[in-house]
Write a protein that binds this ligand. Sequence first.
Ligand code: ATP
Length: 224
Amino acid sequence: MLHVQHLHKAFGQQTVLHDVSFTIPKGEIACFIGKNGAGKSTLFHIIATLLHADSGTLTWDGRCYEQEAKAIRQQIGYVPQQLAIWEDFSVAQNMRFFEQLSPIRRSDEQLRAILKSVALEEWNRKAKHLSGGMKRKLNIALSLIHQPALLLLDEPTVGIDLRSKIEIQQALLALRDQFGMTMLYISHDMEEVTALADTIFNVGDDLFYTQLLQTKGIDTISLR
Ligand SMILES: Nc1ncnc2c1ncn2[C@@H]1O[C@H](COP(=O)(O)OP(=O)(O)OP(=O)(O)O)[C@@H](O)[C@H]1O
C-alpha cells in the first residue's frame, strides 16, 4: 500500500501541492488527471524519491520514505514523460545498458521476455529506427528490468497510434493482474484513464474533469 499524508510542496512562493493525502492499495492502478501545471509530475517525483516534499509523510509497503528511501527506490520503476532511451543503441543494447544499472541481473532471454510483455518484438534494430509507439514500449520495458513493485508512468503513451496505445494498456493490465504490480499513471486521455484506472485522482480539484467524468458515471477523488 502507498500511503501519502499531508504532503506539501512549494517552489519559492508557488505552492504546488497543499495538504495532499491519499492511499493506493497494492495491485491497483491509480490514474492522475488535472490541468497542465496542477502538480502531477511534482507528486510523481516525490513518490519516486527524486524530490523531497517540504512536509508530510509517505510510506510504501509499511516502509517510511524518510528512513528507507534507498530500499524503497529499488522497488520503484519510473517511466518519464520524455523518452529516456539511447537512440544510437539497438533495442538489445538499450536493455543491456539499463540491466547493468539495475540491482538485479537479467539474461538476454529474460530481457527479451520483458520486451515481449509490452508487445515489442524488436531486438537488433537501432532505437532511432523504431516507430513512435515502439520507442514508447521500449521506454516502458527499460523501467521493468528490475521487476518493480511500484511503477510510476508519466504520460507514457503521448503522441502514439491507437494500436500501440491499446497494446500498452493491455500490457499494463496484465502486469497488474499477473504480478500484483501497483501503478500510478498520469494521463490527459480520458479513454485511457477509464480503461485502466481502479481509482482516478483529480489533481488540483478541477471541476471540469469532475463533471466530465460524472457524465460517464465515473467518480474521481479530488487532491488539492
Ligand atoms: N523544479 C521546479 N522549480 C520551479 N518550479 C517548478 C519546478 N518543477 C515544477 N515547477 C512548477 O510547479 C508547477 C507544477 O508542475 P508539474 O510539472 O508538477 O505539473 P503537471 O501537473 O505535471 O503539468 P503537465 O500536465 O504540464 O505535465 C508548475 O507551475 C511548474 O512550473
